[in-house]
Design a protein around this ligand. Structure first.
Ligand code: HAM
Length: 414
């Protein structure tokens, strides 16, 4: 009996691994330009951390967490997202002291027990950024811009940025009440919505089942207090002046409870149902709620698998991937030492000069004919042949494997 990977969990090999690394490298480059530093946090945490931060009634905590007990009966959960863990680390290490107005990024595996489908997995990867210690709309705008820039950096063009404001503890209760009044008048709400109506009425706004029944739903933007209104409006002005198009989406509420004020999602039409490439927003109360100082914060995370799926529409990764493949062959076995040393030397030179080549040293278990067959099998662009007569004259044979031509080139010129 063979054992396969669990449902919704994937091996990432070859071209897919290459794409993920490329995306992570691009993101790191953009983060560095904005002064972000890296943070790596554990893959599992005390379950209480996620319950207190993401919210007990959210789908993530109530339905989707991978929970386990250790040998002493202590309950842990595999991280379903990165913000809670990062904020725990931020408080634990007093990063507010060492990094006032600190910007941090992370990347890694997240785990949610969801129904798997294209773009939705049980183990997936996020790249995220968190900006702690600044409550201004310029921090909001910077986070949205970085998210969009990372997505554009892998060639995705059709991005739509959705933003909304969820208000603050002063204005949200009035909106919450207006929603309760409104939704209570609607008949036949689905089972989830009936529970949400009691615990978190905002979540009804993005119900996939009942949404067609909702017309003229109260809008948070009509309930914002003057300060929230001003912040939201400045963030929009900043995005506009930086040349980023967005739309205000009254239905955007996000699936995690820690948000206040601005929230956003960046979507791509090429993805179908799972169209959110990235999401985030402000969470000014979370650090305090988890036992830290009252420190404002804003952040985002993107789903790497979804971004890679969306980027398939472009030739970004394919173009990048095309390293020139060179096989080094030996026609006469006595030259194996010279050929092998040469292969290693040009590999290093390629690395040093940032040349996009991959070099395959000679395989001495194969005769010359089989080496050439191997070169074809790996789809080599060129084979450089060490052959006695030519080598004695200071030359190597360079075979163009695609054009099926060959020339002799002095070793010193290769
Ligand atoms: P989130 O919207 O839950 O936010 O997740 C961010 C992104 O992760 C989504 O937009 C999506 O691309 C990806 N994602 C989520 N679930 C799955 C899944 N099952 N399979 C594949 N991809 C998935 C957060 O996690 C927040 N921590 C973002 C944040 C950071 N807010 C403030 N700081």
């Amino acid at each position: 009996m063979t054992i396969n990977a669990p449902r919704g969990v994937h091996d990432i090999i070859g071209a897919n691994a290459f794409k993920m690394t490329e995306l992570e490298n691009n993101a790191k480059f953009i983060f560095a330009r904005h002064g972000f530093i890296e943070a790596r946090t554990p893959i599992f945490e005390d379950i209480a951390l996620f319950i207190r931060s993401i919210g007990e009634q959210t789908d993530i905590v109530s339905k989707e967490m991978y929970v386990f007990e250790d040998k002493k009966g202590k309950k842990f959960a595999l991280r379903p997202e990165g913000t809670a863990s990062f904020v725990r680390a931020y408080i634990e290490h007093r990063l507010d002291m060492s990094y006032p107005e600190g910007k941090f990024f992370y990347s890694g595996e997240m785990f949610r027990y969801e129904r798997p489908q294209a773009g939705r997995y049980r183990q997936f990867h996020q790249i995220g950024g968190e900006f702690l210690g600044n409550s201004s709309p310029s921090a909001d705008a910077e986070i949205i811009i970085i998210t969009a820039d990372i997505l554009s950096s892998v060639g995705i063009k059709e991005l739509s940025i959705h933003i909304n404001s969820l208000g603050c503890c002063n204005c949200r209760p009035k909106f919450r009440q207006a929603l309760i009044d409104y939704f209570s008048s609607i008949k036949d709400l689905c089972q989830d919505c009936q529970i949400r109506l009691e615990k978190n009425p905002l979540r009804l706004l993005d119900c996939k089942i009942d949404s067609s029944k909702f017309t003229n739903v109260p809008k948070m933007t009509d309930f914002l207090c003057p300060e929230c209104k001003e912040n939201f409006s400045i963030a929009q002005d900043l995005l506009k002046s930086a040349g980023y198009k967005f739309r205000v989406d009254d239905k955007l509420v996000r699936g995690l409870d820690y948000y206040n004020r601005i929230v956003f999602e960046i979507r791509s039409s090429v993805l179908g149902a799972q169209d959110a490439l990235a999401g985030g927003g402000r969470y000014d109360n979370l650090v305090k709620d988890l036992g830290g100082q009252p420190i404002p914060a804003v952040g985002f995370a993107l789903g790497s698998e979804r971004v890679i799926l969306a980027a398939q529409e472009t030739d970004f990764f394919e173009k990048k991937e095309k390293a020139k493949k060179i096989y080094i062959a030996v026609a006469d076995k006595e030259l194996i030492g010279d050929a092998f040393a040469f292969a290693i030397r040009i590999t290093k030179q390629g690395l040093k000069n940032n040349k996009n080549i991959s070099v395959y040293p000679p395989l001495i278990d194969k005769n010359f004919t089989n080496q050439l067959k191997f070169a074809n099998k790996i789809n080599a662009d060129e084979t450089i042949v060490f052959a006695k007569n030519e080598f004695d004259n200071g030359n190597l044979i360079v075979k163009d494997m695609k054009a099926r031509t060959q020339i002799e080139i002095p070793i010193s010129e290769i």
